[in-house]
Design a protein around this ligand. Structure first.
Ligand code: GLY
Length: 326
């Protein structure tokens, strides 16, 4: 498999969906607009909610973006594991009442196997328990044998974040091989270990959640997809974590130089290097989008990230102000 860089993969994705009639739009700000349910944009679909509900008319019924996102739910784990982070870029293709499951699944497969060149034998789709339609498309149209298609319940295969458009989804997992596995005899797709990595999520956006888990059918059927750019890069570049992919590794190495510390030798040092590498990404994009440190709301998230990054700098014995250098 060819080892594409993060910037190449981003471009390949947007160009692929442009070739399928999508309008490539710039990433929206991290600050949600008219959405009280979110402090920060946390997915590709979040800034597009009014287009899914029909409240606003989209500039095109097919849109593709690479959206900057922040999720801080797991902030305490950032650094401690190689897989947690607060900042990421989400690739997505969206249909507002235009194409639906058939095209979305076919293009998922075409992009992953023909454009990126992932080995089809390492890919495993999953569908929502009752979604026979998606199952049939994977099986009959794409030709995936029945035993390779998994059915999961609401916890795994129903997508929603905050209030707004949501629905059942169909994901694609990539088998990273035994070396990444837990070794348990029943280890398979859906296992918590690092072997089967979820890379792409096709959400069939059919419902609107009013914020109190009351669901109503949307007038139009939509597609909302999400694929973490850094995660895809991990697979394509065959590296252990997002801290090892080309662009983020540059930043990680810069932190190491400032700290005069080698990465990959000692656990506590690695934790601090990873915390700073991740947090400086969130902090830089938050400030660029006009967020200022404060005692509440998203300003407090920023203050917390800044403090954690500074503190880990001190733990690495970096002297003086150093975050601006990153
Ligand atoms: N909105 C779909 C996803 O982020 O996975």
């Amino acid at each position: 498999m060819q080892k594409y860089g993060v910037n190449e993969l981003r471009r390949m994705f947007l160009e692929f969906f442009e070739s399928k009639g999508h309008l490539a739009m710039k990433s929206f700000s991290l600050v949600p607009h008219n959405d009280k349910s979110l402090l920060l944009i946390n997915s590709g679909m979040a800034p597009l909610k009014p287009y899914f509900t029909g409240q606003e008319i989209p500039p095109c019924k097919r849109v593709t973006t690479c959206q900057k996102c922040i999720r801080t739910g797991d902030i305490e784990n950032v650094g401690k594991t190689a897989r947690h982070g607060t900042f990421f870029e989400m690739l997505g293709n969206f249909s507002f009442g235009d194409y639906f499951k058939k095209e979305s699944i076919a293009w998922t497969w075409e992009f992953l196997t023909e454009v990126v060149g992932l080995d089809p034998d390492r890919l495993y789709p999953s569908v929502y328990l009752e979604d026979d339609e998606a199952w049939e498309i994977w099986n009959k149209d794409i030709g995936i044998p029945a035993e390779r298609i998994f059915r999961f319940g609401k916890e795994d295969n129903f997508w929603e974040h905050g209030s707004g458009p949501c629905g059942p989804c169909s994901e694609v997992y990539y088998d990273r091989g035994e070396a990444y596995g837990c070794g348990k005899p029943d280890c398979t797709v859906g296992c918590d270990c690092d072997r089967y990595m979820e890379i792409w999520n096709n959400v069939f956006t059919q419902f609107d959640n009013d914020g109190n888990n009351n669901y109503t059918e949307l007038e139009q059927k939509n597609i909302d997809t999400g694929m973490g750019l850094e995660r895809l890069a991990c697979i394509v570049q065959d590296v252990d974590s997002m801290f090892d992919v080309d662009t983020i590794k540059e930043l990680r190495e810069h932190v190491s130089r400032l700290a005069d510390a080698e990465y990959g030798k000692e656990y506590d040092t690695d934790v601090s290097i990873r915390v700073i590498t991740d947090h400086i990404r969130s902090v830089t994009f938050m400030i660029s989008d006009g967020i200022m440190p404060s005692n509440e709301g998203r300003g407090y998230v920023l203050r917390r990230l800044l403090r954690r990054a500074c503190r880990h700098g001190r733990l690495l014995a970096i002297q003086g102000k150093f975050l601006t250098k990153l």
